[in-house]
Design a protein around this ligand. Structure first.
Ligand code: NAD
Ligand code: IPM
Ligand code: MN
Length: 345
């Protein structure tokens, strides 16, 4: 069965890194078609006020998956655009799992000095449709001395239970639930309850708990203890950038926004549009390429996904990398290095 993937390259380095992911996927000769929506970007938003039209949303929904670059532009100063594209896709397609693996791709890339604690190989399972991201809230007495802003932190028992279930379903060694239930009272109770129930259903898997501040500390002192971390939308956002750096760099980090029930997914690097280096042709394409590997795995091509991961590993071992990883290659050359490694098998 041919599969059709919607491609939203986005802004800044998004199109630059997505191009390398697409070119790399094309060399695999799979029955895979691309439906490119390169008009979904900040230019269009600034011109028309539309982030993602209903027509484009339906087009994306009709395809098998989405490969996403990054969005964000310094000219856009409100959250409407980002919410209208990426968060709309996550929420309206109910992609409730944000699966963000962090695996050290090469020892030299770790910022940690002690080699015994460098071996990070974990997955951050980030709840992707609730928390502080629901847009529930409002403003009272806006633009005055008394402006009062409220963003409601939403935790539903259903939403938290289903993210726990996913976390346990992928665990190899253990699940660590990260919350702030010592301070956040009501939501904390829901997270604790759903966690205890999921732990009881999975006696063969080691269940542990950390408050998010301690989790941040443990990540730096010894990330090797973590297997699956399950946490809310905001803590998952923050911890996944931290884990990405410990695993070798934000530019390498991949993610899958998935609904395990429908099987639909949106795959994107963890990083953003990197306006500070956009247009220079030096953005690291590995996060985008590894995100396309996650997509292949979900579309039923696990061997090709492994081949892509191995090829990225080879490029890194050979030092064929962009400046963020200490190399001197451009985005295109780093993509070529992966394709050469793929061709060499
Ligand atoms: P960022 O991830 O874009 O950049 C943070 C830092 O990491 C920058 O110094 C950047 O140059 C570097 N970096 C990121 N990706 C890199 C890569 N592939 N290669 C080399 N260096 C890389 O985060 P930011 O600066 O906070 O945000 C910039 C814009 O991106 C904002 O508009 C933000 O909202 C948006 N954003 C979008 C997404 C997304 O689309 N999924 C994710 C994060 C941020
Ligand atoms: C991410 C990004 C997004 C998020 C932004 C762009 C809304 O930081 O995918 O990690 O916070 O989820
Ligand atoms: Mn983020």
């Amino acid at each position: 069965m041919p599969k059709t993937v919607s491609v939203i390259p986005g802004d800044g380095i998004g199109p630059e890194v997505t191009r390398e992911a697409l070119e790399t996927l094309e060399t695999l000769g799979l029955d895979l078609r691309f439906d490119v929506l390169d008009h979904v970007n900040a230019d269009t938003y600034l011109r028309t006020g539309v982030s993602l039209s209903d027509e484009d949303f339906e087009r994306v929904k009709a395809n098998d998956a989405v490969l996403f670059g990054a969005i964000g532009d310094p000219r856009v100063t409100t959250s409407d655009y980002g919410r209208g594209v990426l968060l709309r896709l996550r929420f309206d397609l109910d992609l409730f799992v944000n699966h963000r693996p962090a695996t050290l791709l090469h020892e030299d890339l770790s910022p940690l000095r002690d080699e015994r604690t460098r071996a990070i190989d974990c997955v951050i399972v980030r709840e992707n449709t609730e928390g502080l991201y629901t847009d529930i809230g409002g403003v009272l007495r806006g633009d005055t001395e008394h402006e009062t802003a409220m963003d409601v932190d939403v935790s539903t028992y259903m939403g938290v239970s289903r993210i726990m279930e996913y976390a346990y379903s992928i665990a190899r060694r253990g699940v660590c639930m990260v919350d702030k239930s010592n301070a956040v009272r009501h939501g904390g109770r829901v997270w604790q309850r759903a966690f205890k129930e999921a732990a009881a259903r999975n006696p063969g898997i080691r269940s542990t708990h950390l408050y998010v501040d301690a989790a941040a500390m443990r990540f730096v002192s010894d990330p090797s203890e973590f297997d699956v971390i399950v946490t809310n939308n905001s803590y998952g956002d923050i911890l996944s950038d931290l884990a990405a750096m410990l695993a070798g760099g934000l530019g390498n980090a991949a993610s899958a926004n998935i609904n395990p029930v429908t099987g639909f997914g949106l795959y994107e690097p963890v990083h953003g549009s990197a306006p500070d280096i956009a247009g220079q042709g030096i953005g690291n394409p590995f996060g985008a390429i590894l995100s396309s590997a996650l997509m292949l795995e979900h579309l039923g091509w696990p061997h090709e996904a492994d081949a892509l991961r191995r090829a990225v590993g080879t490029a890194i071992a050979l030092g064929q990398v962009t400046p963020d990883l200490g190399g001197s290659l451009g985005t295109k050359e780093a993509g070529e290095a992966v394709r050469s490694a793929l061709a060499a098998g």
